[in-house]
Design a protein around this ligand. Sequence first.
Ligand code: ZN
Length: 304
Amino acid sequence: MRLLTLLALVLLGLSAQAAEKLKVVTSIPDLADLSRRIGGDRVEVQSICKGLENPHFVSVKPSHLVAMSRADVFVQVGLSLEVAFVPGLLENCGNARIQPGRPGFINASDGFAAIDIPGQVDRKLGDVHPQGNPHMNLSVEGGAVMAANILKGLCAIDPAHKADYEARHAAWTRELEAAQQRWKKLGEGWKGRKVCVYHQEHAYLIRGYGLVTLGSVEPQPGIPPTPASLASLIATLRKEKDVCLLAVAWARRSELEEVRNQAGVTLVELPNMCAGLPGTESWIEMMDLLHKRLAEAFGPQKGT
Ligand SMILES: [Zn+2]
């Protein structure tokens, strides 16, 4: 009888262990969505950065350190996107499991070829893209790379559930493939459409769809405009027709409106991460909205 009780207790303990979820912390919500999709009920996920924030300038809070200290897995984009907050959090969280090089650290841009890698980096200029454009979460190709790295990382840290992770990843990949067909269809005919940007978040889409960038409100990524740089940009844009100014929520409104009003361009508000604008809880939904807003802005009848 005693032996049976002991056995029951052992089994109870084992099932409690099996039910315990992996605590996953991600730098941005796009990675949180993909971690949830691939991790399913095996993971409990939270993101440090919120959907409407600027990932280059995130203020660290004590709650972020608490989350990092308890995490089993930490996922970042990399490519220096999160240098404003991730190195400090990793250094101060006192959690050896999620340090770079350990199984609990996932760099979601591994294997992704960044564009716009600067030839010479001068940090005094404040360029926040020293390793090339880090906004790979806003590229059509980026989703598959982020998901593959998360899958690899979760399988490495929790090999007992590898088959579950792989099955969920395969289901998500089928959704992605259908979405890519939608995006491709929407993007047909966008080649040569003229845009101006505030920051350079959407550089991968701009290149992918053959859009033409006429200028940037920020003279360098991360550097706010000066009156002179704004005047020069407005003068350039005034000579053009049918220009869309692409901006995200954190961009300075007064400058966007100045460019729109004085240069006569169309302001297009786009998501820069998921879980920010309504209807963008998932990465695929966020990319759907991005394509929808661009399609609406360009319109079928607008020629160049
Ligand atoms: Zn940037």
